[in-house]
Design a protein around this ligand. Structure first.
Ligand SMILES: Nc1ncnc2c1ncn2[C@@H]1O[C@H](COP(=O)(O)OP(=O)(O)OP(=O)(O)O)[C@@H](O)[C@H]1O
Ligand SMILES: [Mg+2]
Length: 334
């Protein structure tokens, strides 16, 4: 067990000060030039969760994160981080943050960059930490080890892959013991391999006991690791809760296979069985949200109107479809 892991698992954290939520916001609101970027947002991030903060571009994720960390003021609302109002700041020492990659020097190695970052941050960390005397200079090698970069520690930053650069940003956020890690779009711009690396790192940090708050505009990139999600649209919360609750809240989709899909669609819409906007056709396969769940009636009507049916049923919608329905946008399009 590394020293940092020991610190996390021993009683030196302030875990006693809060129990249920690592982050709690109430009616948080922020407007820029009279236009609300975040409206009346009440979030509850359970201790120990990997919390996916989802929404398309411009839906207010970064603004929310900046307010949570006291980087931008809110117009209205309260924020509690690790059991204390964010204004009191001293809990922020327990929060690791990757909002925008810290300014790393391309011509320095990963190790030298972290060393420089530590020198700059150490006085601030000491000021922020209520147990100042206990705060030691960080063990840089240990931070690099945690993100799997020890082997590349002497390589120049500019020679790092995007995934390595992102992991170095996370290493910088982990130089001091943290209870909460806030990551703003950590998989942005990464290739599939880099995305897997960051996902695995998030999972392993969470297994050590850290609560992770991670934003993304691509549901599929974080869905499989998150225990909880919140979905934003135009600054307004559309859903928050466990991933299981989210799946349970979705209504089933009508699924039909027929060689006469266009005719079937026309009839289903004409008889008001389906919502036209939710109707998708791929080859011989039609899926749609049902206006009524009366499958027998639907099949009877289709057959009477001359549609041959190969198969018909109700299926669980994919999370991606549900995300699109809630946000009005595909999460894969930026
Ligand atoms: N400093 C600012 N001044 C004016 N408007 C801003 C400012 N910061 C954000 N906004 C606006 O607030 C809205 C929310 O932006 P925000 O950056 O929080 O969204 P986001 O969900 O993080 O998007 P992305 O996925 O692109 O990172 C946008 O309409 C944006 O233009
Ligand atoms: Mg953003």
């Amino acid at each position: 067990m590394t020293e940092l892991e020991q610190t996390l698992s021993s009683g030196t954290s302030n875990a006693g000060a809060y129990q249920d939520y690592a982050i709690e916001t109430k009616s948080l609101t922020k407007a820029f030039s009279g236009r609300e970027a975040v409206s009346d947002l009440s979030l509850r991030v359970p201790v120990g969760s990997i919390f996916g903060f989802l929404g398309p571009n411009g839906s207010g994720k970064t603004t929310t994160i900046r307010m949570m960390l006291g980087l931008v003021s809110s117009n209205k609302g309260d924020i509690t981080i690790l059991g204390q109002p964010v204004e009191q700041l001293n809990q922020l020492a327990r929060v690791g943050v990757v909002v925008e990659g810290p300014g790393f020097y391309p011509y320095l190695s990963g190790f030298d960059n972290l060393q420089r970052f530590a020198e700059v941050s150490y006085p601030a960390q000491k000021r922020l930490n209520p147990e100042t005397s206990k705060l030691r200079r960080p063990d840089i090698l240990q931070s690099l080890e945690r993100v799997g970069l020890v082997g590349a520690k002497d390589k120049k930053y500019r020679a790092y892959s995007l995934g390595m650069k992102q992991r170095l940003s996370i290493a910088a956020a982990l130089m001091w013991p943290r209870d909460l890690l806030v990551l703003d779009e950590p998989t942005n711009g990464l290739d599939p391999q880099g995305i897997v690396e960051v996902r695995e790192l998030i999972t392993s940090l969470n297994q050590e006991g850290m609560t992770i708050f991670v934003s993304s505009h691509i549901l599929s990139e974080v869905e499989m690791i998150c225990s909880h999600i919140a979905i934003m649209r135009d600054g307004v919360l559309q859903f928050q809760g466990s991933v299981e609750d989210f799946k349970g809240s979705l209504s089933k989709e009508f699924s039909l296979v027929t060689s006469q899909v266009d005719l079937a669609k026309e009839i289903l819409v004409r008889f008001e069985f389906i919502d036209l906007h939710s109707c998708k056709i791929e080859g011989n396969h039609l899926t749609a949200q049902l206006s009524s769940e009366n499958i027998e009636e639907i099949v009877k009507t289709l057959v009477e109107q001359g549609v041959g049916i190969r198969s018909v049923g109700l299926v669980e919608p994919s999370l991606e479809d549900a995300f699109v329905a809630l946000t009005g946008r595909s999460s894969n399009v930026s």
